[in-house]
Design a protein around this ligand. Sequence first.
Ligand code: FAD
Ligand code: NAG
Ligand code: NAG
Ligand code: NAG
Ligand code: NAG
Ligand code: NAG
Ligand code: NAG
Ligand code: NAG
Ligand code: NAG
Length: 575
Amino acid sequence: MDVWLWRLILLSLVGILFCPKHCVSQKDTGRKYTFMQNATSAANISYYDYIIIGGGTAGCPLAATLSQNYSVLVLERGGSPYGNPNITNLSAFGVPLSDTSPSSPAQRFVSEDGVINSRARVLGGGSCLNAGFYTRASPHYIGEAGWDGRLVNESYKWVERVVAFKPPMRQWQSAVRDGLMEIGILPYNGFTYDHVYGTKVGGTIFDQNGHRHTAADLLEYANTNKITILLHATVHRILFTTKKVADGVIFMDAHGLEHRAYLKQGSRNEIIVSAGALGSPQLLMLSGIGAENDLRKHNINVVLDQPLVGQGMSDNPMNAVFVPSPAPVEVSLIQVVGITNFGSYIEAASGENFGGGSTPRDFGMFSPKIGQFSKLPPKQRTPEALAKAIERMESLEQEAFKGGFILEKIMGPISTGHLELQNTDPNENPLVTFNYFKDPRDLERCIQGISTIEKIIDSKAFSPFKYNNMPVSMLLNMTANSPVNLLPKHTNTSLSLEQFCRDTVMTIWHYHGGCQVGRVVNSDYKVLGVDALRVIDGSTFNYSPGTNPQATLMMLGRYMGVKILRERLAAKETK
Ligand SMILES: Cc1cc2nc3c(=O)[nH]c(=O)nc-3n(C[C@H](O)[C@H](O)[C@H](O)COP(=O)(O)OP(=O)(O)OC[C@H]3O[C@@H](n4cnc5c(N)ncnc54)[C@H](O)[C@@H]3O)c2cc1C
Ligand SMILES: *[C@@H]1O[C@H](CO)[C@@H](O)[C@H](O)[C@H]1NC(C)=O
Ligand SMILES: *[C@@H]1O[C@H](CO)[C@@H](O)[C@H](O)[C@H]1NC(C)=O
Ligand SMILES: *[C@@H]1O[C@H](CO)[C@@H](O)[C@H](O)[C@H]1NC(C)=O
Ligand SMILES: *[C@@H]1O[C@H](CO)[C@@H](O)[C@H](O)[C@H]1NC(C)=O
Ligand SMILES: *[C@@H]1O[C@H](CO)[C@@H](O)[C@H](O)[C@H]1NC(C)=O
Ligand SMILES: *[C@@H]1O[C@H](CO)[C@@H](O)[C@H](O)[C@H]1NC(C)=O
Ligand SMILES: *[C@@H]1O[C@H](CO)[C@@H](O)[C@H](O)[C@H]1NC(C)=O
Ligand SMILES: *[C@@H]1O[C@H](CO)[C@@H](O)[C@H](O)[C@H]1NC(C)=O
């Protein structure tokens, strides 16, 4: 055959194989799925095989997969991420997070610990707000979870074909990578999604043009004839039959009108909660599954006395050091990670101009505008103190923003807290306590992480990006009103590092728990004590997977979708 004909065939094959990713990056602004609509235009009552509550990081791949053979309704309280540059644009990272209005795609909350935090309110969930780092869980984690390793790998690949990219490695991120290697975080594993000890470049959901590809993009895989997505649809309650079988939900549209959706007759149809680590335990409680005494306090009818709902809440503490740079640095979110053998992960972000908004002079991932405020201990981070920090930041000289942050996040964590209802409004945040560093092993990991950061800053590879001979007084002058932390002052005593860890703790937004496997759900993610109800999202985790969780959350949505389809098929065949 003609060589050119072969080339043509090959090219079109490549086109087909890589179409999802290719097509998405071509035309991702303003795109709408035909099966997506506002809840205001939904029927008063409707029927489906599956009702998924929350179109987030795990919910979207789950819905796309189940729609292959069954009718699926997704109820998402937020709007669409498409056509919104605040979400799509890497440089706009801080914009949704600093918008605290009720229409923001990010809903701010403050834990009882005093750390300011945020949760998603948009189709695609946390993957629309996050720093984009994409990296898998370790084989050890997958083994502990009891997952089927082969299906896990297939599911990761299914996700990666659409949303994962190789980041551009520019000067500052490269210096962090080389610094990590120089101080012995080895071997160097190059660019990989795998979780392996040493230093690596991980994946990102931002493409080469800085455009974000979220879990909502996985809906490209959906069967358009069988899926319905309702936006601005807030679920208030799951309904149960007298035999404790979940059979419907009540949700409200943007006009405050009530709708109901029910499961079609069919013994294996189910309601699946994917409302995230705060939303899922909250919704179970609002639906009557929780500690009986607590539910009665709020006049909620008790379906099942289950005191473990809302227990085991954790947030991995993050501590970071700002390194002012004499040389210009690129705008970057997380690209490199050092996976140490003492349970601390080292990552970094840079650039003076990545907070988005009207002013480029900002600290991006570490800006008080988005609620990151490490200059004061958690309990002192009042709204007034935060406002003052933002104001002072605006009077800083330009030089004070030039540089980047090196952060450490600890694995696990071991410390846990709990969540309880504040009231019965699903739009409001529940009360949550994480108990950062309650377990001394968590604190030890932080101390070792900060010591490692100090070594990176002193490495030869990093030297172009720190002021070498600047007197401390000048450096302090430059950053006097800065809301971010430079290196701790008495770094040689572990006591001061201990205090530094406690006082400067922030969130990396990897909070999880509340509906944990073995406590609230079984290993098939079915809610114990009731029927036809599962929870599939970060609320089921005992520990945060990988160095960063989103890859595994998307994988889990796909993985459980495939497992459910296979189980139903097997049940049909044995009939
Ligand atoms: C700022 C930020 C930065 C992060 N950086 C990274 C990173 O770089 N890499 C990484 O791997 N991870 C990162 N994460 C963490 C990661 O994004 C989250 O862990 C993950 O998105 C959580 O997925 P989920 O499916 O459990 O919940 P979500 O994605 O939050 O999904 C829950 C969905 O349920 C909806 N919902 C809730 N209640 C209701 C209700 N009553 N009715 C209807 N809908 C409801 C919500 O609107 C939401 O869309 C970051 C997170 C944030 C916020
Ligand atoms: C659906 O019907 C109920 C009961 O009649 C009513 O209260 C509710 O407002 C209706 N919802 C809409 C969207 O019309
Ligand atoms: C989906 O449905 C088709 C047609 O009913 C059937 O042949 C196929 O086996 C089903 N697949 C799964 C995974 O359930
Ligand atoms: C982007 O964010 C800004 C600031 O919060 C807001 O005013 C604007 O409406 C947002 N744009 C979109 C498309 O939502
Ligand atoms: C993305 O953000 C950058 C920096 O704020 C800006 O220059 C660019 O125009 C934005 N792109 C879009 C599509 O909004
Ligand atoms: C899954 O992939 C990883 C590499 O990404 C590999 O180490 C592991 O052995 C694979 N597991 C299975 C069961 O194939
Ligand atoms: C959907 O509803 C939201 C909230 O009321 C509104 O902002 C948006 O414009 C609506 N979109 C469409 C397509 O009607
Ligand atoms: C620090 O700032 C003060 C007040 O602006 C100034 O007087 C002093 O000289 C500065 N010190 C250094 C080392 O730059
Ligand atoms: C800490 O460092 C200071 C100054 O470098 C030194 O005087 C002090 O002895 C050190 N303390 C310890 C416990 O090493």
